[in-house]
Design a protein around this ligand. Sequence first.
Ligand SMILES: [Zn+2]
Ligand SMILES: [Zn+2]
Ligand SMILES: [Zn+2]
Ligand SMILES: [Zn+2]
Ligand SMILES: [Zn+2]
Length: 355
Amino acid sequence: MERLEEVMHKRKRTLIMPDSDDEEEEDLLEAEATVVLTDREVFDCPICLNQLFTPVFQCENGHIVCSSCLSKLKRKCPFCNMRIDIRCRGLEKFLQSINILCKFAHNGCTKTMPYSKKIEHEQVCQHVTCFCPYPSCSFERSPSLLYRHFRVHHELSTTRFTYNTTFSVSVEINQKQIFLQERHGSVVFILHHEVQQNGRAFYVDCVGLSTLKDMFAYHLTAESMDMDTSVTLKSVPEVHKQLPKHTFLKKHLTVPSAFAGDNGILSLSVCIIKDDPAALEVQEGERGLYDPVAHKVLKVVLNNPDALDCSICHKQLWTPVFQNYNSSYLSSRTHTSNDISSKSVNVDLINTHTV
Ligand SMILES: [Zn+2]
Ligand SMILES: [Zn+2]
Ligand SMILES: [Zn+2]
Ligand SMILES: [Zn+2]
Ligand SMILES: [Zn+2]
């Protein structure tokens, strides 16, 4: 039960429920308790680092693995070489009894959900972490916070534009990225540029929620100096939470080098098309405030406040914790085998020493 012990170590404080004369209210308050865990990764498999789900397994020394790692490891514990044979039902029971905050709570997400629904929510969460595309900037937050950051911190290197309106961008020969931000300061687009053998290559992508995917299209046009020839690309920008490094998209516009002036500066007409320019909220994601505390700790709400109590004496569990083989009975060391048998719980409980 090493992991559950870890949980208890990391429980900084349990909110004390206030006294109340109103019995009904008291019952409600007693129905849940908040636990603050100082390690956000405490519910992750130590091998693959994915979120743990029932069934969870452990060796006799209490080392925990998830079920997919179990088969890969051929049931041999990578920490102590013991056979991994035991269902870690104590931890499973705990996981089933908690409501957990979204992984992106520090980005302003306020949703709480049963542990089993966590991944499902995080795939559609509006507060998912996006990374600033500006070179060597390490800012990472929700889309709405990132766009605000970009507007404030990278304003001088950004071209502002209006949707569905063609604007012109001058690209120098050594410029690799040109940042474009919509006039209201929302979605950040990146015009990528690379000098290739057969000309100058361009495409556009953007940073934000994956729901932006079908929202935009773009046109790029370049004209020769005498304006009698032009090349155009009509495409859909890829959407990234983090710009992929060192990849230049194959679907791009190639502009003949002769289209540029003697100074190497090439003028490009850009239009970013959006069907519904009014739907600002949809493109930015929900707003929210950065919460530095939530970035360091994990808040867990126990639906069943007894989840961290001894199954026998109902006192708060403390390290070390013992579990009955393959059952969810948990107990602290203080019990003698007499206590346990008098409650007709298998004496394996104290033999399964899992410190
Ligand atoms: Zn695993
Ligand atoms: Zn082990
Ligand atoms: Zn969320
Ligand atoms: Zn930045
Ligand atoms: Zn007890």
